[in-house]
Design a protein around this ligand. Structure first.
Ligand code: MG
Length: 375
């Protein structure tokens, strides 16, 4: 759909998390979030969220590098330009412009939402989604004690979550997972995510996880590695799932050719947006690689994009798209995202665009800096 972006407003909001979230590379208590409000020449607007964190511990990008990339290069490349279709934004931003995928994704996905709003259809319909509701998993940070993790896992299963992911790191892995598995029984849908905390020297420890019937082990090795993951996968019965290493459809192809994993966690921000996510989704469908949608502690705005993406047919495993109340006292959208007792979030297919209202006054009250760019 033809479009012309006239104005982009960047806002940094700061929101405390309900509980701090610890992964192998550090913990997070307060989220600094970059929101975009994008307006086209016809006056339609769409909000989007950049998922870069405050520190470069997940990817090299941060909220500050994203702010710079958006204001200096990304927005100037798009503002005032006749764009034949929102599907072209990805390639426009990739031409002679390396990296900064999370920053690019924020506006690329916003362009999809803008097109959906202008057309009067849901973002899910715009993407070609087919699921009317999406299965939800929870991601649990590293806990102080095994008892507290067991308690949280049991509570999550009782709440209806369809997948429970436990963050692990060396020393907080095999014995902890053993105790959880023992406490919740063999059938509970458990998985672990190491966020790059291991090397091949830890082979025995990683192999020891095989006995716990985990759905998958997510990204145990380096954030940009594929080869060593292939060596590891050969030794493991449990499927490896790649997250950080998959930044484009080319890397997904590499994963499949090398045998570096059997599942992909697609985070649209990590891969540069929706066009790239769709390419990975379609490629994986062709090779029977299941995918699921990861999370980056998004507000209700980022969550709307994840829910729409997870409505695509090959998203066959529960995504890390917990309801708003898991993270926030009060979300910046209404209605807040809620989960049924069976662990599903409905896809708002009957509302155009994101399918939620943006609480602009609340966002303004949380804003610590803003900048508006015009064509
Ligand atoms: Mg992960």
């Amino acid at each position: 759909m033809k479009t012309k972006i006239d104005q982009v407003t960047l806002r940094e909001v700061q929101i405390p998390l309900k509980e701090s979230f610890e992964i192998s590379s550090g913990s997070e208590q307060q989220r600094r979030i970059l929101l975009l409000e994008i307006r086209d020449a016809a006056g339609t607007s769409a909000w989007s969220e950049c998922v870069a964190g405050s520190r470069p511990n997940f990817s090299p990008e941060t909220i500050d590098t994203s702010w710079g990339a958006l204001t200096q290069w990304i927005c100037p490349r798009l503002l005032g330009k006749e764009i034949r279709s929102h599907t072209e934004v990805h390639d426009i931003l990739e031409t002679d412009f390396r990296g900064h995928r999370m920053a690019k994704a924020a506006i690329e996905m916003g362009a999809w939402a803008l097109a959906a709003a202008a057309k009067g259809i849901s973002l899910s319909a715009m993407l070609g989604g087919s699921h009317k509701s999406v299965a939800v998993g929870i991601s649990l940070g590293i806990q102080k004690s095994p008892e507290s993790l067991i308690d949280k896992v049991q509570r999550a299963l009782a709440d209806g979550y369809r997948k429970v992911k436990m963050k692990i790191k060396p020393g907080k892995d095999v014995e902890v997972v053993r105790r959880v598995r023992h406490a919740v029984g063999g059938a509970a849908p458990l998985m672990v995510d190491a966020n790059n905390a291991y090397t091949l020297e830890d082979m025995d420890r990683l192999k020891a996880l095989d006995e716990f019937e985990l759905m998958m082990i997510e990204q145990p090795l380096a954030w940009d590695d594929l080869l060593r993951h292939a060596m590891l996968q050969k030794e493991l019965r449990t499927p490896l799932c790649l997250d950080e290493s998959i930044t484009s459809v080319d890397r997904a192809e590499d994963m499949i050719s090398l045998g570096s994993g059997r599942i992909i966690n697609i985070k649209p921000g990590r891969v540069g947006g929706f066009t790239s996510s769709l390419r990975i989704h379609d490629f994986c469908a062709k090779y029977d690689i299941p995918v699921w949608c990861g999370g980056m502690l998004e507000t209700g705005i980022g969550r709307a994009y994840n829910v729409a993406l997870a409505s695509l047919p090959n998203f066959v495993l529960p995504g890390d798209i917990s309801p708003s109340s898991r993270y926030w006292e009060r979300d910046i959208v209404s209605p807040a995202w809620t989960m049924t007792s069976e662990g599903y979030i409905s896809v708002p297919v009957d509302r155009p665009g994101l399918g939620v209202d943006i609480d602009v006054d609340f966002i303004k009250s949380l804003t610590v800096r803003s900048e508006t760019l015009r064509s």
